[in-house]
Design a protein around this ligand. Structure first.
Ligand SMILES: Cc1cc2nc3c(=O)[nH]c(=O)nc-3n(C[C@H](O)[C@H](O)[C@H](O)COP(=O)(O)OP(=O)(O)OC[C@H]3O[C@@H](n4cnc5c(N)ncnc54)[C@H](O)[C@@H]3O)c2cc1C
Length: 479
């Protein structure tokens, strides 16, 4: 029998546990799986709660389906029939310009205008900015495939105004990142491929839109919202069904914070200091394992491995994280002087506001707010305004009240306001991230029976995290 420990019970660790169990069955191996989670619940940042009649997400509220791991996991858990698409009526984003919210031009997908006319009519760019964006079709292409920051790439191809007014808020919102440092290769490589294959983003987009049916993106703008899904009871439904499944076959212990990991002289790993809580059956937690999957943030993995695996630990420590605060609030629609006819509003950094974005969360999926009411989620902080995360809850709520009032005409007493802090929750994929991850994986390869999982490797989204857990499971079950 082999013993495998999974440290961290977020979606990455839970997915790793399920995959280890599946592989053990396929390989007819007797594997004892222990999952250790520091907090008192499984799911990590993914969490949904009820606030009166509102269904409120602490962090993620949907995931993309063009990366198959999320949907595949739902199939395994019998959740396929429960998946719900985003509401087609409101599939667009708003962007602030000079204090007013305007829709992203129809067909504008993150950084490429797929249709010229809506872009030409939009007040979001000046005429100079529009002409410069259209000139993208004639900008000489770079074909070396080298990494570049999002800011450098967009300024080079589309001009500074498109970068500052559209791309920074749209993409920065996803990664809560500093676009001057954000690696395009690690986050949006398809734009580099478009440049390489077609010489221009506009030409590539025109070719792609001719090739596919129009139904996919017509009437939409911003992110490709038609590709996103959730579940009727929120993301927690995925986490709770998955956690229940994992608890059926694994020894799951919450409230166990692993502080150190040491390779055993005779092979395998020792957890130090030995966590000794009892499980439900009164058994002490084992402290020696044949293999370990670390599914914790990279700075936690670095600290757990410091000492014995110092090279790996040093590389892991190079990944920076940003913090963000999500303020969820419920309002009567009658109290808001704006139609909120979109999925949300993003704020360019140059507008000098105190918030990054507001998600009109109950516009995306049904059942998130009672009739005649709306659930808003306001995002604060990120890599560009880290100091705001130091404010206390009272100051944060006042800041959000003021911004929502000025930007969207939100008045009256909200039905509720909740503040969710995500401290060092967003790994920052800086230029060179893929090389750094390659070095991390190479250093991890030196330690037999050790694998890493988590959103700091090759993608921050839910499907990426699931994929990282599954591939870590495959690694330890191969070795
Ligand atoms: C505000 C916000 C909004 C987001 N929105 C979206 C979205 O809409 N769509 C999308 O796809 N993605 C979104 N994401 C990203 C996605 O939710 C995360 O990347 C993903 O859930 C991370 O999962 P994880 O398991 O890798 O990490 P985590 O969820 O951080 O889990 C790590 C776990 O390890 C545990 N742990 C830490 N230290 C120890 C220790 N020493 N011992 C034992 N356990 C330990 C922690 O308690 C935690 O439970 C969002 C993220 C945030 C923060």
């Amino acid at each position: 029998m082999s013993r495998i420990a999974i440290i961290g019970g977020g979606i990455s660790g839970l997915s790793a546990a399920l995959r280890v169990h599946e592989l053990a069955a396929e390989q007819r191996r007797d594997v004892q799986i222990t999952l250790l989670e520091a907090s008192d619940r499984l799911g990590g940042v993914l969490r949904t709660e009820r606030s009166g009649e509102y269904l409120v997400e602490h962090a993620a509220d949907m995931w993309i389906t063009n990366k198959p791991e999320g949907v595949r996991l739902c199939e395994k858990l019998g959740l396929t029939e429960r998946l719900i698409p985003t509401n087609a009526q409101f599939r667009k984003s708003l962007v602030l310009r000079n204090g007013r919210a305007h829709p992203v031009p129809e067909g504008f997908q993150l950084m490429v205008p797929e249709q010229a006319w809506p872009m030409l009519r939009s007040p979001l760019l000046s005429w100079r900015g529009k002409l410069r964006l259209l000139a993208e079709a004639f900008v000489r292409s770079r074909r070396d495939g080298a990494d570049e920051s999002l800011a450098d790439f967009v300024r080079r191809r589309c001009g500074n105004e498109t970068f500052e007014r559209l791309v920074q808020p749209l993409v920065g919102g996803i990664y809560t990142a500093d676009p001057e440092k954000l690696s395009l290769l690690a986050t949006l490589p398809r734009f580099i491929e478009m440049e390489q294959q077609h010489g221009s983003l506009i030409r590539a987009a025109l070719r792609q839109s001719r090739d596919r049916s129009r139904g996919d993106t017509s009437g939409t703008s911003g992110a490709r919202y038609g590709l996103f899904v959730s579940l009727p009871n929120g993301i927690e439904e995925l986490v709770s069904v998955l956690s229940r499944r994992v608890t059926e076959f694994a020894d799951v212990r919450c409230g166990v914070s692993v502080r150190a990991l040491r390779p055993n002289p005779n092979g395998g790993w020792a957890l130090l200091p030995v966590p000794s809580p009892m499980n439900a059956d009164g058994q002490e937690c084992p402290s020696f394992f044949d293999a370990v999957i670390l599914a914790v943030p990279s700075f936690v993995a670095a600290s757990v491995l410091a000492g014995e695996c110092s090279a790996l630990s040093a590389e892991l420590n190079r990944i920076e994280y940003a913090s963000t605060i999500v303020v969820a609030s419920g309002h009567k629609l009658a109290d808001i002087n704006h139609p909120l006819d979109a999925f949300g509003l993003v704020i360019p950094h140059i507008e000098r506001r105190k918030i990054l974005a507001v998600s009109f969360t109950s516009r995306k999926f049904p059942g998130r707010a009672p009739d005649g009411h709306i659930l808003l989620r306001t995002f604060i902080g990120g890599a560009l305004q880290p100091e705001l995360c130091d404010l206390d809850d009272t100051a944060i709520m006042e800041l959000v009240r003021r911004e929502l009032s000025e930007l969207l005409g939100v008045r009256g007493k909200p039905d509720f306001v909740n503040v969710y802090r995500h401290t060092r929750a967003m790994p920052q994929y800086h230029v060179g991230h893929l090389d750094l991850v390659a070095r991390i994986q190479a250093a991890a390869e030196q330690s037999s029976g050790l694998a890493l999982a988590g959103n700091f490797l090759t993608g921050v989204g839910i499907p990426d995290s699931i994929a990282s857990g599954e591939s870590a499971a495959e690694k330890v079950m191969k070795g």
